[in-house]
Design a protein around this ligand. Sequence first.
Ligand SMILES: C[S@@+](CC[C@H](N)C(=O)[O-])C[C@H]1O[C@@H](n2cnc3c(N)ncnc32)[C@H](O)[C@@H]1O
Length: 248
Amino acid sequence: MNEQDWDDVATTFEEEIFNVPENDTKGLITEAIERLASPEATATDLGCGVGRTLPLLSRNFAHVQAVDVSSQCLAVAERACAECNNITYVHADLSNDRNGYPATNVVLCINTLLNASITVREPLFDRTCRSVKRGGHLVLVVPALGSALLTAYRRLQWNLRDGMSPEQAQLETTKNDAGIEHGIVQIDGVPTKHFLREELEASLLARGFAVDTMEKLEYGWDTEFTAPPRWMKAPYPWDWFLVAKRMR
Ligand SMILES: C[S@@+](CC[C@H](N)C(=O)[O-])C[C@H]1O[C@@H](n2cnc3c(N)ncnc32)[C@H](O)[C@@H]1O
């Protein structure tokens, strides 16, 4: 999705864009932000969208930058967070623009590194990393490739239990030719980057980060399927949640 697509979705964001913080039932994001919080420190919400996590950052840091490529999303965020008086709103395309704002102690980046195009995503990943001060932390949530494959398996399992022939069950599950070997999986028809744990470790190491924590941020099956059957329990679908420290 490009700038225009994100602008178009700004007024229907809550209905259309999956709410990671709301579905973070273990509170991994809040726990990490509160652990890294300091009254002198600064934070950036990179790809802040309509500002779901801005109040959390606002009450835990001295100053917060809300950065997004969509001026429409930023406008919604600014209205929603009118009572938070320590936030600066920055319109920037992090895949193109130089970082036009200072690096901060903490950068929160939830499902922003999604673009299927490597020429968009790599500069975005680089600039996300450069938005963190040396010695500071990146708190990152990204889609997990293993979770997308598990979801395909669950669909297959469901089809088989419903009496479909194995061939038909498998065919019906095969929905993807977007570039699975590079982690590109369609979500609602949009080719979307998904990550391996090892890929995240390697790409953060190459960008001068050490991963402190990486865990599954798990969701219910109702986030993947309408009316999933009662037998469909753990293992659940997940995004990768990680905290990494900038070493150089
Ligand atoms: C899936 S939404 C997530 C929003 C928010 N982090 C949340 O959890 O609700 C992705 C956000 O990243 C922003 N984004 C995508 N590409 C970007 C880019 N190149 N530079 C800055 N922001 C970008 C979009 O405008 C959108 O608001």
